[in-house]
Design a protein around this ligand. Structure first.
Ligand code: GDP
Length: 192
């Protein structure tokens, strides 16, 4: 990334979001899908995802500034086991409001464990962002856990189920897909 992101704030409610100006790219994904690791790798800053993992902040929308006009946004993960209904409803409302109203949102990275295929929550998320016309890149994480051929086969199967949404094999261990994901983020943020 051309600019190092700096933690701005965590929002528990849409009224706490920073002003809706400039451009943002958001990350979302199932819990344990590798979202925090991807955020680390894409920015090269390990403290960022640690911020997002701080207990109490995992259900918040975390904003990181890249200069004055651009932001990365870490949306709360979904699919936690045994989450109370009220917490689930709060997540849904916060994320839905963010996705549905945020004018500066230029693109969304959706992390999916390459070995797990798309789960119901991922499919719902893809449907919703398609309705909203938000560009998406699927990061098929943990690609190092499969052989090259198996990873490519999974990539094809996932892409077929995702109706044309681009999907890149991604690994924090081998750095596979990181340059491609960074380049997409820079395009969305109009960094160059
Ligand atoms: P989050 O809950 O979606 O933020 O997921 P994390 O980033 O915390 O990752 C969940 C687990 O998967 C951690 O144990 C990570 O070390 C591991 N992980 C994440 N990305 C990769 C990857 O590319 N390769 C491998 N082998 N493990 C990964």
């Amino acid at each position: 990334m051309a600019f190092a992101p700096i933690f701005m704030l965590s929002a528990a409610h849409p009224r706490d979001f920073p002003p809706d100006e400039g451009l943002e790219v958001a990350l979302v994904g199932r819990s344990n899908s590798g979202k925090s690791t991807a955020l680390n790798r894409l920015t090269g800053i390990h403290k960022l995802a640690r911020v997002s993992k701080t207990p109490g902040r995992t259900q918040l929308v975390n904003f990181f500034a890249i200069g004055e006009e651009r932001r990365l946004v870490d949306l709360p993960g979904y699919g936690f086991a045994r989450v109370p209904r009220a917490t689930q409803a709060r997540w849904q409302s916060l994320v839905e409001t963010y996705l549905g109203t945020r004018r500066s949102l230029a693109g969304l990275l959706l992390t999916v464990d390459v070995r797990r295929r798309l789960m119901e929550h991922d499919e719902r998320m893809l449907l919703r962002v398609r309705e909203l016309g938000i560009p998406v890149l699927l990061l098929l994480t943990k690609a190092d856990k499969l052989s090259r051929q198996a990873a490519i086969a999974e990539q094809r199967a996932i892409a077929a189920g995702a109706a044309g949404v681009p999907a890149v094999l991604f690994s924090a261990l081998t750095n596979q897909g990181i340059a491609e994901a960074q380049s997409q983020v820079e395009t969305w943020l109009k960094v160059q």
